[in-house]
Write a protein that binds this ligand. Sequence first.
Ligand code: AFP
Length: 299
Amino acid sequence: MKLDEFLRLNAPDELGALAMAVAKSSLTVWESIPFKSGMVAGVNPSGERQKAIDVFSNDEFAEALAATGAAKEIASEEMEEPVKAKGSISVAMDPLDGSSNVETNNPLGSIFGFYSRSLPASGRSLVGALYVTYGSMVTVTLSFGKGVHRFVAVRGPAETSFELMGVNIRLPERPEVYGVGGSRREWVPAVRDFVDSLEGRGLRVRYCGTFVGDYNQVLSRGGMFAYPELVNRPQGKLRLLYETAPMAYINEQAGGYASDGKRNILDIEPKTLPEPSPAYIGSADVVRDLEKAVSATSG
Ligand code: AFP
C-alpha cells in the first residue's frame, strides 16, 4: 500500500495532508544533502552554527507544510519565530537532525510533531508525529495515535513513492542495544552507573550520533537511547517540542516509555519553544529502571 492511500484511509484530512507534504519534501531534502553541506553565517535560536542544508531543509518543509492549508503555525528548531498560517494544527519540527554527521555519512533524520494546541504545548496535545530517516533507506515512520507504521521510498519508472514497510511496529520484548549522547565524564554518576549495568543485562552499545538514527535502531532492536542530564548541562541537549516529545509519542505507541529522569516526557509543559530536557527513551522496563535509579539519587 502506498502512503497516500494509507493516509486517506487512516488519518484525518489535515494530518494526512501534512504527512504527505513532509514525505514529498523529504525526497528533495535527501537529494540536496551532498550539495549543501557547507556552513552558513548564522546560528539557530539555540546558538548552534547552521549548515546550508539546515536552512534549506527548514525552508523546504516550512513552505510545503504551509501550502497544505492545514497548519496553524510552524515552529522549527532553525527559526526564531513560528510561521503563522490559517489551518488548525500546530507543527513543531527539527528539519534536519544530525547535520554535523553529513561529512561522515552517518544517518540523518527529520522530526515532526503535530499538536492540537498553540505552541509551546505539552506532548499530551500531540495528535500525531512522524520522523524521516535518511540512511541506507529513506523511511517515514509515523503515528496518529493508532499504532506506529513505516513507509519506505521506492523509485519507480515515473516517480518515487512511499510503500508500506511495517504495520503496528512494536518494540521487541528483549532489549538489545543502547546509545547515550555526550561523553561519559559529563554524565551524572547515577546515569553512569545505570549505563554500566546495561552491559550486565546483555545490551550492546550502538551509537551513531543522530537522535533519529539512534532511536530508530532502538525501535527495531529494543533498548534505550538517552541524551542525559550532564554535570554542566542539567537539561541535556535535545529539545522537547521539536525532538523528544514527538519521538516519545511514537515510542509510546510502540509500547515503550520516555522519561526526563523523573516523569513521562509527554507530561512536561514547556515554557519556551526551544526548551531542552534530558531524555531517556525506548523499552518501557529499561527506561523505568533508569528512572528509579536516577530518582533514588536526586534530592
Ligand atoms: P547536530 O544536529 O549538531 O548534528 O546534533 C545532533 C544531536 O542534536 C542529536 O541528533 C544527537 O543525538 C546529539 O546531537 C548527539 O550529541 P553528542 O555529539 O553530544 O553525543
